[in-house]
Design a binder for this molecule. Sequence first.
Ligand code: GTP
Ligand code: MG
Length: 303
Amino acid sequence: MTPPSFKSGFVALVGRANVGKSTLLNRLVGEKVAIVSPRPQTTRTRITGIKHLPAAQIVFVDTPGIHQISDPLGRLMAKAAERALEDVDVVCLIAEATGRPDRIDDELLERLRPFRVPVYCCVNKVDLVSPKSRLLPLIQAYRDARCRFSEIIPISATTGANCDRLLELIVTALPERPPYFPADYLTDQPETFFVAETVREKIFHLTRQEIPYACAVRVQELTERRRPECLYIRASIFVEHASQKGIIIGKGGGMLKRIGAMAREDLQRFFGIKVYLELRAEVRRNWRADEKALKEFGFLLTS
Ligand SMILES: Nc1nc2c(ncn2[C@@H]2O[C@H](COP(=O)(O)OP(=O)(O)OP(=O)(O)O)[C@@H](O)[C@H]2O)c(=O)[nH]1
Ligand SMILES: [Mg+2]
């Protein structure tokens, strides 16, 4: 039975690209549900991660970084970020502690102004700032900003500094309500999505320049096999041009092997079972601008 004082709700994590939204999602949930990379525009769609506490359930919604890219994929990413803000109980704006106080993002803050729910300003990556007193002008700038924050809180998603405090604040702001999801749910994305994202993360880490942006990953098959017990996964990496396919495959298939080996290691840890991962590269010309391909690769607005 759920106690009558149980709290639950949705919390959006929004902000510019590369500020650490997905790292924070993973930190707050306590499991890796979203991929992370040192490059901007890693996250392409809305990603949920569910935190279960004894008296609360928090559904975090990670979003693509807010940016100006006007190709069809960019527009879908922007829309996903916007939609994620609808009907949430709390908004967390993620900003960077290394940002300049005279350069705070007025345009973004302006967009958050109409929200009637609590908006927390999370000043992330404080581990990069020392001494901590150097943060004060930036915090003051957010205090003076046109968006009224319920709280401005310096955090580090990497070290976990102040993240428990942030969780506490969020729980305080949530309404009393029964949980949305069963207690063992980590996310509402299907396993195939998680697998595709893991492969995409390795591409972000192993390739350069435009390559990671030109890739989409689609899982064609995911089956549990007995004798020997394993998870058999077959997936395709779609690129936009033949030259990119060559890079993804690499000399003697070396790059594809490295991507596969790194992804398999993560997936085995996550699923706790031996994983066979078969990867292939395919060309799908200009898929980022092709509505049909975008739909096929799962860029649907689910909510
Ligand atoms: N030093 C430090 N680095 C961080 C922290 N949080 C995130 N990062 C790094 O910042 C980079 C971007 O992190 P992500 O979590 O992918 O950022 P994001 O906001 O989700 O980025 P997009 O999905 O591209 O919008 C990665 O290299 C992270 O390791 C932090 O608290 N401290
Ligand atoms: Mg992200």
